[in-house]
Write a protein that binds this ligand. Structure first.
Ligand SMILES: NC(=O)c1ccc[n+]([C@@H]2O[C@H](COP(=O)([O-])OP(=O)(O)OC[C@H]3O[C@@H](n4cnc5c(N)ncnc54)[C@H](OP(=O)(O)O)[C@@H]3O)[C@@H](O)[C@H]2O)c1
Length: 316
């Protein structure tokens, strides 16, 4: 029996971490015909959560307050909408749900069936929750947009971060040569994930160490993006997930550019499930906190030096 109300961490206004409120008696989200109601076991924290919390994305996303944050979930299906044919009650699923809806810092969430996939059998819910948003970002950047091929060279910025740590592994699974940036403390991690060349960005200007690159994955924006053009070979592509790259710069350099804003996809996530269950990709966990410590999770994420993912444990 699903209860009528649940615990959730919500915001009622935009602002700092202190506006995250752990609340009891929040109504469960209502199920649409093509939805699954998922009992949340774990929810990952992403930078987009605190960007939304601060109100930075109000001109792009159309939220109404109060809003439950968190768009990375792993849990169990407890109710299936009449048009959500692919799943049954009890299925262990994970998803990057629709960011325009209430998120997963809660005991229950509704997810469109087309946005969900079966959880990798080799991961528990905490590790599974760490996958969807960042893995889909890596997939849509490297596979869908850049069409990265075996033998090509890719420069992945912030390779120890949530997106970067999965992007390095995906690029290796595709057969690419990987150049990765991070600070020295993360050399071991990033090399272990498969990077062929490591650049400590705090000591070396990456554009002096990386040359003839086919694809740059920019997860930093700003100065990092501006300095990334020079490492590309003619016809190469700069893909940013942070700042839309100026088209004029790409034309001037004889290269291509793209901005990716991740879209949910149960189909792509199913391919990612397979890569994980074949031990070709694995999530890296920075820390696991209980749901009621969401404020602390935001402080860590906003510090900009997480090593992999921050996950909120919602239920055992
Ligand atoms: N457009 C989209 O759809 C989309 C999707 C996902 C993410 N994003 C955005 O992409 C960005 C990265 O996301 P994320 O989840 O990977 O963030 P994250 O996990 O918080 O990234 C933290 C990592 O960044 C590294 N880092 C910080 N400054 C760096 C620099 N100058 N050069 C190289 N590495 C640096 C840190 O490494 P050290 O500790 O070694 O410094 C740390 O490991 C965020 O702005 C996020 O909002 C956009």
């Amino acid at each position: 029996m699903t209860p009528a109300t649940m615990q959730a961490v919500r915001i009622h206004a935009y602002g700092g971490p202190e506006i995250l409120h752990h609340e009891e008696n929040v109504p469960l989200p209502s199920l649409k015909p093509d939805d699954l109601l998922v009992r949340v076991r774990a929810a990952a924290v992403n930078p987009v959560d605190w960007k939304i919390r601060e109100g930075r994305l109000q001109n792009v996303l159309h939220h109404t307050l109060p809003l439950t944050l968190g768009w990375d979930v792993s849990g169990e299906v407890v109710e299936v909408g009449p048009e959500a044919h692919a799943f049954t009650m009890g299925d262990a699923v994970y998803a990057r749900p629709d960011i325009e809806r209430d998120g997963a810092y809660a005991e229950y969430i509704t997810v469109k069936a087309s946005e969900a996939a079966r959880k990798p059998t080799t991961l528990d819910h905490v590790h599974a929750a760490a996958v969807p948003l960042t893995a889909l970002t890596a997939w849509q950047s490297l596979v869908t947009t850049a069409q990265l091929k075996a033998g090509q060279t890719v420069l992945i910025h912030a390779a120890a971060g949530g997106v970067g740590s999965l992007a390095v592994q995906l690029a290796k699974a595709l057969g690419a040569r990987v150049i990765a940036t991070a600070s020295a403390v993360n050399t071991g991690l990033v090399t272990h994930l498969g990077a062929d060349q490591f650049i400590d960005y705090t000591q070396t200007r990456f554009e002096e160490a990386a040359k003839d690159v086919d694809v740059v994955l920019d997860t930093c924006g700003g100065d990092t993006q501006a300095r990334s053009w020079s490492v590309l070979k003619p016809g190469g592509i700069l893909v940013s997930v942070v700042d839309p790259p100026p088209e004029a710069m790409a034309v001037e350099r004889g290269v291509r550019s793209a901005f990716v804003f991740i879209q949910p996809s149960g189909e792509q996530l199913t391919t990612i499930t397979q890569l994980i269950d074949e031990s070709r990709m694995k999530p890296i966990i920075h820390t696991v906190l209980p749901l009621r410590e969401a404020r602390q999770a935001h402080v860590i994420s906003q510090g900009g030096h997480a090593r992999g993912k921050i996950v909120l444990r919602v239920a055992d």
